[in-house]
Design a protein around this ligand. Structure first.
Ligand SMILES: [Zn+2]
Length: 249
């Protein structure tokens, strides 16, 4: 049940980040966040004390954390529980890219980047996913992963293989042949679009210098493409972005 007037706020940013919106004050407010297609992105009422929201606020206040694509509007509808409520509630929106594991575990120490570029040569039939996957990382702005044009060097080759006894994909750096990514068609044939895209983004993440985001004693949230496994994800997660920013600015 909703009471009182809804107040709307909007925000648009020119960098891609996770944003956290929270309230502090009275009214027991609730929040709904919409994108510019009026699709509900997230909503929250009271703050779970065990959630990340506890670092921002508490109790009857709200907390939402969401992926905010660059150059798009997001609308927050904030509604107090009490009609005719008076006084003040502070609404705060901050950049909130974060990881919970030690940074040293999330980076590999090597990458395929030269002068802010990775030029790849594509021997697969996955160019649709590869171009979208590269574009998701490229939105972060510091490194551009691009299809090799005439006269460009080749930093990375993209390849298909078929092996029912192997893993879904892997990235390797050969001492002579350089960087390559291998996608296993045994799995790709049966994967849905967002699973293919997630895997493409994951392997590109390795060429950007990221390690696996899970191990025997640590794990980032499953929103992150750098956490291993076949999952449906079409955008980067908060730790993907946080580690990229620490590596590349
Ligand atoms: Zn991996």
């Amino acid at each position: 049940m909703w009471y009182g007037e809804t107040h709307y706020f909007k925000i648009k940013r020119d960098t891609l980040d996770y944003l956290a919106i929270s309230s502090m004050g009275g009214f027991d407010p609730k929040v709904m966040v919409y994108d510019d297609f009026y699709t509900l992105v997230d909503r929250n009422d009271d703050v779970d004390p065990n959630s990340r929201g506890a670092i921002y606020t508490s109790g009857k206040n709200f907390y939402c954390q969401f992926y905010a694509d660059r150059d798009r509007y997001y609308y927050f509808g904030v509604k107090p529980a009490l009609s005719g409520a008076t006084g003040t509630t502070t609404i705060r929106c901050v950049i909130d890219n974060f990881h919970v594991s030690d940074y040293s575990k999330l980076v590999s120490g090597i990458n395929a980047v030269k002068n802010g570029r990775i030029y790849y040569k594509d021997y697969t039939n996955l160019s649709y996913y590869i171009s979208i996957g590269a574009a998701q990382w490229n939105k972060l702005g510091q490194v551009q992963i691009r299809h090799r044009g005439a006269g460009d060097r080749t930093d990375l080759t993209l390849n298909l293989f078929y092996d029912k006894d192997s893993i879904v994909a892997y990235t390797s750096k050969h001492w002579l042949k350089g960087w390559s990514i291998w996608y296993n068609d045994y799995y790709f044939q049966d994967m849905v679009m967002s699973e293919r895209l997630k895997t493409v983004m994951h392997e590109f993440g390795h060429t950007l210098g990221m390690a696996e985001f899970s191990g025997w004693d640590y794990c980032e949230s499953y929103d992150n493409v750098m956490v291993q496994g076949i999952r449906s994800i079409s955008k980067l997660g908060p730790a993907d972005i946080a580690v990229y920013r620490k590596l590349w600015g």
